[in-house]
Design a protein around this ligand. Structure first.
Ligand code: PLP
Length: 429
């Protein structure tokens, strides 16, 4: 796709002695191209609802996860500037050394209150937060059950933990139950799979094995939602720990915008929630909410927390400000929901088959095409008609389920949605 040319990468000649490696890598990359799987970086002029290309072409941006559009809100900018003026740009140390500033404490308190949790903990990103939670709480001999469509960061985290990882088909809680049943006849000397495991606590006490049910609350590539009450029932029945990734739910769902846990009335039945500031909150940072002993365990065991520098004060300040906006301006989530309904209704009229969303309207609308080349053709058609939309291909989604993912923002207009619909109308399906 002829998106704005990126900055040239040939500023310096390659390091001497790497010819063979570079030739191999170039060949490998070339092999991805015929399958429509080669990925390239693109440069866009801003992170708003309308972006401009290098040659002055304006595109409506349907690729942003800033669902509430607050990443350009004056209050967010003011909070960040004020934090920089007060504390500077970087923390200079990890949380455990001297990276924890008053703004971190303040933001964690705001967030814990927002999520009705005992405590909260800030990490640099949602990816590292997921890694921290699963690698600190699970280990060899434990069992982690994941929905098949969980985000890659949860899958990577589960694998890195060393636990036995099992996936169940997307949203099929009966299959999850079968997994739990199969592994429920365990005792303290064997792990969840009947194998001897290393369940070492921080103090070296060998603990009993653990079972985890792990899911996204809102699935990032399908825009549908988990059935959390059923997952909680299963967790209680099979003595499992519930861990949910609210990356795409926080800020959007529930009466106060706290997420799907609030909307489905299970906040006090979920053991660990991971949110990210990189979507509706319009910033960057991972926020874990849980009971204090869980947070204290992460502080003691989670390598992605121990061995990384604490998030900059500006990021922490933006998170607290975003929570304030989410609570003060419920109209933002109503607005993006109304725009999503307009888009979905228009797509249905055009005959697009949409993934059912259940009880919740999520501003993620995938147009599942199937083939990678056809998906690229749709994204290119949209581009030619003034729309920026993301072609999603393996490994992000399974082969044969390639799609153009449309995401909406509260600062878009009805006219933007109608322009997208017009552009789609002229595409030969
Ligand atoms: C479901 C889910 N979890 C976690 C992440 C990672 O979040 P972050 O971008 O803050 O690292 C993402 C974002 O890509 C996501 O979609």
């Amino acid at each position: 796709m002829s998106i704005i040319p990126d900055v040239p990468t040939d500023l310096h000649p390659p390091t001497a002695g790497t010819d063979r490696l570079l030739a191999e890598l170039t060949d490998d990359l070339a092999r991805l191209d015929p399958d429509g799987l080669l990925r390239r970086l693109h440069l866009v002029s801003s992170a708003g609802p309308v972006v401009t290309t290098g040659d002055g072409k304006q595109l409506l941006n349907f690729t942003s996860n800033s669902y509430l559009g607050i990443n350009e809100h004056p209050a967010m900018k003011a909070a960040v500037v004020s934090a920089v003026n007060r504390w500077g740009t970087g923390t200079g140390a990890s949380l455990l050394i001297s990276g924890r500033l008053p703004i971190h404490v303040q933001t964690e308190r705001v967030f814990a209150k927002f999520k009705h949790a005992q405590a909260a903990l800030l990490l640099p990103s949602g990816y590292t937060a997921n890694l921290a939670v699963l690698t600190a709480l699970a280990g060899p001999g434990d069992l982690i059950c994941l929905d098949k469509l969980c985000h890659a960061s949860l899958i990577d985290a589960a694998r890195a933990s060393g636990a036995t990882v099992r996936t169940y088909p997307h949203l099929k809680t009966d299959k999850l139950e079968r997994l739990l049943q199969r592994h429920s006849s365990t005792n303290t000397s064997t792990n969840a799979c009947g194998l001897a495991g290393d369940h070492r606590s921080p103090s070296n006490y060998v603990r009993p094995p653990r079972r985890f049910i792990v899911t996204d609350t809102v699935f990032s590539m399908d825009g549908d939602t988990a059935d959390l009450p059923t997952l909680c029932d299963l967790a209680e029945q099979y003595n499992a720990i519930t861990i949910v990734d609210e990356a795409h739910g926080t800020g959007l769902l529930g009466d106060t915008g706290s997420g799907l846990c609030g909307a489905q009335g299970v906040t006090d039945r979920i053991h660990v929630t991971i949110s990210t500031a990189s979507k509706a909150l319009g910033g960057l940072g991972g926020i874990i909410t849980a009971a204090q002993p869980i947070i204290d365990t992460l502080i003691n065991l989670a390598r992605p927390l121990i061995y990384t520098t604490a998030i900059p004060p500006a990021q922490a300040a933006a998170i607290a400000q975003a929570v304030e906006l989410i609570q003060a301006e419920p109209g933002l989530r109503h607005r993006v929901r109304d725009l999503t309904i307009r888009l979905r209704d228009g797509l249905k009229l055009q005959g697009w088959k949409l993934i059912p969303q259940g009880d919740f309207i999520i501003p993620i609308v995938p147009l599942v095409v199937g083939d990678a080349h056809e998906t690229l053709a749709l994204a290119e058609h949209l581009y030619a008609n003034g729309i920026l939309a993301a072609p999603i291909r393996p490994p992000t989604v399974a082969p044969g389920t390639c799609r153009v993912r449309l995401s909406l923002r509260a600062d878009m207009t009805e006219e933007h949605i109608d322009r997208l619909l017009d552009a789609l109308k002229s595409f030969e399906k």
